[in-house]
Design a protein around this ligand. Structure first.
Ligand SMILES: [Zn+2]
Length: 278
């Protein structure tokens, strides 16, 4: 079953909903999905699909949620590799030896906000609950990446850092890349104080500042989708697809840090190469 929400496709299997981006759905060498907050077994403030370990939920519930989400969305649980997000711009190349890290066994790394690989069946996970999850696909070299960009990672240029990492590791040309921007807090709801706005106004990665708008109440609204898109365009990326789904506006379907006051579970986006490069 499929429905559209904004610019994404809401799929559902075995009563477990998940979201996909149209342009990534067309890439038959890839498989991807973004979880929602529905269809899991967690209770209380984590009800029901919490995919965040170490948030206070039981590990058994989180693992069962992964099992359910992966079964519905078509991933092998053992293929998953998790980030260790701390709002920085460190990226790590992973491969078959890393499958399961951070999900089925402890991950040996920390401070990693983005992952890249060119190996099939290595399913890269990126987490969020307002922060921007980005998916990167190089159809020429059959290489992929994921990156987590809250406002700190955005102004630190993790989008550009991911493009550069893929160029170094795989020879990726920015002009070939397809980048998808998943569910996250939208310009409608991301209100910040002046110190945060000033970080965007002085950000060297942002060529124009149209994503920062001053409001009558003295606060600022920031468009994290457009900020990351502008950073990507400056890095040479032409093919960018924004999902346009605001987590706070859709907090009945998605985890939003701001909508829940931080009492919440976590969502996961997953990107995986299905087949080896020819
Ligand atoms: Zn909103």
């Amino acid at each position: 079953m499929e429905n559209n929400i904004e610019n994404m496709i809401l799929c559902e299997k075995d009563e477990i909903p998940f979201l996909q981006l149209p342009s990534f759905q067309k890439q038959k060498w890839l498989h991807h999905a973004f979880a929602t907050r529905l269809g899991g077994v967690s209770t209380g403030i984590f009800s029901t699909m919490n995919l965040g370990f170490n948030r206070g939920d039981s590990d058994a519930n989180v693992l069962e949620n992964y099992r359910r989400f992966c079964a519905a969305a078509g991933f092998d649980l053992q293929d998953l590799v998790a980030t260790a997000q701390t709002h920085q711009t460190n990226l790590l190349r992973v491969g078959a030896k890393d499958r399961g890290a951070g999900i089925l066994r402890p991950k040996p790394w920390h401070d990693i906000d983005g992952l890249v690989t060119n190996e099939p069946h290595v399913a890269l996970c990126v987490y969020g609950a307002d922060c921007v999850p980005m998916l990167f696909a190089d159809p020429v070299h059959h290489a992929i990446g994921v990156a987590h960009a809250g406002w700190r990672g955005t102004v630190a240029g993790i989008a550009a850092a991911t493009v550069a990492k893929m160029k170094r590791e795989f020879g990726t040309q920015a002009g070939d890349l397809l980048v998808g921007i998943g569910p996250s807090i939208g310009p409608c709801c991301f209100e910040v104080d002046t110190p945060v706005a000033e970080k965007f106004l002085s950000c060297p990665f942002l060529p124009v500042k149209t994503c920062v708008v001053k409001k009558d109440n003295g606060k600022w609204n920031i468009d994290l989708w457009e900020a990351n898109a502008q950073i990507l365009r400056k890095a040479g990326v032409c093919h960018i697809e924004k999902g346009m789904i605001c987590t706070k506006c859709h907090s009945d379907l998605l985890w939003s840090h701001r909508a829940t006051g931080g009492k919440r579970g976590g969502m996961c986006g997953i990107l995986c190469i299905e087949e080896a490069a020819q």
